[in-house]
Design a protein around this ligand. Structure first.
Ligand code: HEC
Length: 266
């Protein structure tokens, strides 16, 4: 029996290791350690919190959307975070998208529909750069996968602004100066970021009544971006749990089989 438990534990452990979401830490260098959060989607049994994702969408659409695209995402994807079909129709219809050409060869604007991609903030990169000091605000739909630290990085970045260059940077580099149009951010590589601070007390009210503190908004929008980058995470984990159960049962069967074969040899 001891062997069986041992093997099963080892199998479960190995499977668990393979399934646990990798959570890279700290950006390195002199950056302060990331403000790591407890996320509902971490670990083998992690799942998304729909209420949180919906609040995150509210932050995205009220704050981030004016500069950042969510490539490859369609309004109908919002059904996956708990909005009903009608709610998604309503959300989509609050945006205008270009369509056409019509019978006179003209392009025209119409309300967006659930099958439309989420509207991009700028018509092209040139306009985006003009509006943002020469930098194109990156697409956010894969951001948590593109950066070490994932959601913890996005969370820390959003809350990592300082009004003036802090002492610990000047100690390391007395000549550090912030170029005009840049903001200081403790977590951004090189510290000088072209995105001004976004999250302040009182900029929005959540429709579920949760107080919209900067920390709360940072957490919700980071979780939302994690979902945008990995909408299939829960399916993957469910599959992982089936594999785990299968491994345990399979190990038990093998063990029973082995005993059966060897029973006369003793
Ligand atoms: C006024 C325009 C503007 C708004 C609004 C805005 N951003 Fe940005 N954001 C930028 C720009 C410009 C950059 C590129 C910064 C750079 O490269 O210096 C950026 C970069 C980023 C990055 C990438 C940082 C990196 O490591 O490269 C993240 C993540 C991000 N923004 C998240 C958000 C989120 C979340 C919101 C909403 C809460 C938001 N942004 C709102 C302009 C904006």
């Amino acid at each position: 029996m001891k062997t069986l438990t041992g093997v099963a534990t080892a199998a479960a452990f190995a499977a668990g290791l393979a399934l646990a979401a990798p959570t890279a830490q700290a950006a390195g260098g002199e950056h302060p350690p990331l403000k790591t959060q407890n996320w509902t989607f971490e670990g083998v049994f992690g799942t998304y919190d729909e209420a949180q994702l919906q609040r995150g969408w509210e932050v995205y659409t009220n704050v981030c959307k004016s500069c950042h695209a969510l490539d490859y995402m369609y309004y109908r994807n919002l059904e996956q975070i708990g909005y009903s079909e009608d709610e998604v129709k309503e959300i989509a219809a609050s945006f205008e998208t270009e369509d056409g050409p019509d019978e006179w060869g003209e392009m025209f604007m119409r309300p967006a529909e659930p099958l439309d991609p989420i509207i991009e903030p700028y018509e092209n990169d040139a306009i985006a750069m003009l509006a943002n000091g020469g930098v194109v605000p990156p697409n956010l739909s894969v951001m948590t996968r593109a950066r070490d630290g994932g959601a913890d990085y996005v969370y820390s970045l959003l809350l990592g602004y300082e009004d003036s260059v802090p002492e610990w940077v000047l100690e390391a580099d007395p000549n550090f100066e912030l170029a005009p149009g840049k903001s200081f951010n403790s977590y951004f590589p090189g510290y000088a970021i072209s995105m001004p601070q976004q999250l302040f007390e009182g900029i929005l009210e959540y429709s579920d009544g949760t107080p919209a503190t900067p920390q709360q908004m940072a957490k919700d929008v980071s979780a939302f971006l994690q979902w945008a980058a990995e909408p299939e995470l829960e399916d993957r984990k469910t599959l992982g749990r089936y594999v785990l159960v299968f491994l345990v049962v399979f190990t038990a069967l093998l063990y029973a089989y082995k005993r059966e074969i060897w029973k006369d040899a003793h």
